[in-house]
Design a protein around this ligand. Structure first.
Ligand SMILES: Cc1cc2nc3c(=O)[nH]c(=O)nc-3n(C[C@H](O)[C@H](O)[C@H](O)COP(=O)(O)O)c2cc1C
Length: 380
């Protein structure tokens, strides 16, 4: 199948991955209410298109933290990409570069920040989890600085380890025990076996425990890895240690967004972690407008969670976001086809965004505005 949209990429990923890993990527917390709401609310929000605008030239380019991007789309931090595709973190960063955008490496990536940065010319962003390990995050900040990471993204919605029912059923992460039924399924995925299982030994390049920490980290993934005692003081302390753009990811209320700005955040990602943390939380698109208004241009407001179409990106930008991050929207492509799959996914977004902008009479990102959305029956 030649994928024409991200739904097709998802189907291809499902075919290539062992079911346990597909569910790790695709799933959300508990009843997956927020996972569903993220998608439904994007679709519920409708455009109001003007006509007779000259749309013979449409330019998606934008600038975020002084960096020119060919479009306002960023490949967000997704942990364990190297389990979906052995060099997945590097493939992702390279695909972003090839398409003129940027990517953010997760603390729980398989490849190290040094290896990923060495694989591309322009620096990437680095996502920081503060782990339950004294001195660890300070050390990671130093490592990210040493390889010139462009921005530091502190994720703050994950202090409590989520229960993802699909993972529980497979025995993935919490017990570290792969069930017999999963092994039976795994041996049918020959491409994945060749790439990941028979590839170099897995290791989390930025996690505590040094070389060969994979099993140890996985057995702790059910809880206790990420620090639970973070406060605004932690954020201020990290602000003091990082000179470059600092982004807070996982903000869902205007009050927290304003607090983040007051504590020195340069950017905010409105995010519910793609429905993988608090089940029952509102969608990120629903949370966006009041946050944009409260921040009032004092920081770069971005959004993720639920983006599967270029139309979704355009809706978020029209509502006031400056850029969108995607997670599954590119990770399906990676799982299906490696770097080529990520590039194909990015180009699918570009094509859908260009078409949607044209149909809205917009020639540049700056022309997107809230009046292009039907917000009358949309509750903030
Ligand atoms: C499999 C998976 C792993 C993730 N790992 C991380 C992570 O390590 N750090 C982080 O800040 N966010 C992580 N996220 C959340 C993403 O950065 C992003 O917020 C989310 O995927 C956006 O929702 P979407 O998948 O609907 O685009 C992960 C998401 C997925 C799907």
């Amino acid at each position: 199948m030649d994928p024409i949209n991200i739904g097709d990429m998802r189907a291809l990923a499902r075919r290539r991955l062992p079911r346990m890993l597909y569910d790790y990527l695709d799933g959300g917390t508990h009843d997956e209410l927020t996972l569903g709401t993220n998608l439904e609310d994007f679709d519920r929000l409708r455009f109001v298109p003007p006509v007779l605008q000259d749309v013979s030239r449409i330019d998606l380019a934008t600038t975020i933290f002084g960096e020119r991007l060919s479009m306002p789309l960023i490949l967000g931090p997704v942990g364990s990409l190297g389990v979906l595709s052995r060099l997945g973190d590097i493939a992702t960063a390279r695909a972003a570069e090839a398409c003129g955008i940027t990517s953010c490496l997760s603390t729980t990536a398989v490849s190290s920040v040094e290896d990923v940065c060495a694989a591309r010319k322009e620096p990437i962003w680095f996502q920081l989890y503060v782990m339950n390990e004294p001195g660890h995050h300070e050390h990671l900040i130093q490592r990210a600085k040493a390889v010139n990471c462009k921005a530091l993204v502190l994720t703050v919605d994950s202090a409590i380890s989520a229960q993802r029912d699909r993972d529980m059923r497979h025995g993935y992460t919490h017990t570290g025990q792969v069930k017999l039924s999963n092994i039976a399924d795994m041996i049918t995925r020959l491409d994945w076996i060749r790439d990941v299982l028979l590839g170099p030994r897995l290791n989390f390049g930025s996690m505590p425990g040094g070389k060969n920490n994979y099993k140890r980290i996985m057995s702790k993934a059910g809880g206790g890895l990420i620090a639970k005692d973070l406060t605004w003081d932690t954020f201020r302390d990290i602000r003091a240690k990082w000179d470059g753009p600092l982004v807070l990811k996982g903000v869902m209320t205007p009050r927290d967004a304003v607090k983040a700005v007051e504590c020195g955040a340069d950017g905010i990602v409105v995010s519910n972690h793609g429905g993988r943390q608090l089940d029952g939380a509102i969608s990120s698109i629903m949370a966006l407008a009041p946050i944009v208004d409260a921040v009032n241009e004092r920081a770069v407001v971005m959004l993720d969670s639920g983006i599967r179409r270029g139309q979704h990106v355009v809706k978020a930008l029209a509502m006031g976001a400056k850029a969108c991050l995607i997670g599954r929207g590119y990770a399906y492509g990676l799982a299906a086809r490696g770097q080529a799959g990520v590039e194909q996914s990015i180009e699918i977004f570009r094509k859908e965004m260009t078409m949607t902008m044209g149909m809205l009479g917009c020639r540049s990102i700056g022309e997107l505005r809230r009046e292009l959305l039907h917000t009358g029956d949309w509750q903030f």
